[in-house]
Design a protein. Structure first.
Length: 118
């Protein structure tokens, strides 16, 4: 499969400082669930990660991620896809409300790290 990416991405292996799942309860309100997870890669549009907790597709999440030697990312996102590999859930997040300044810093980070790894 030849996958087309819209934006550049860089590999990571760092903890996600905070990943809060927000599945709706019976009343339609969010029941926050804090999850331990790792970031595997990041782009200006989203990130890939893994966790021992199952993360359902289309679920709303809140994310805080301090990039190694880079900016701190804090935003809402949704789970674009997820699947289990044994007891590990691999998932992709799509950022929803990344502030302009944060997105600019993230793009610079990706460009800088990308040049170091080429």
């Amino acid at each position: 499969m030849n996958e087309q990416r819209r934006t550049d991405r860089v590999s990571l292996d760092c903890p996600i400082d905070q990943l809060v799942l927000c599945p709706p309860n019976v009343s339609g309100r969010c029941e926050e669930q804090f999850v331990v997870a790792r970031a595997l890669n990041i782009s200006a549009e989203g990130a890939a990660g893994e966790s021992r907790t199952a993360v359902d597709p289309l679920m709303h999440v809140f994310l805080i991620l301090q990039l190694p030697d880079g900016p701190r990312i804090q935003c809402d996102a949704y789970v674009a896809h997820s699947h289990m590999e044994g007891d590990i859930c691999r998932f992709g997040l799509h950022f929803l409300d990344l502030e302009a300044g944060m997105k600019t810093a993230l793009v610079r980070y990706i460009q800088t790290v990308g040049k170091r790894t080429e």
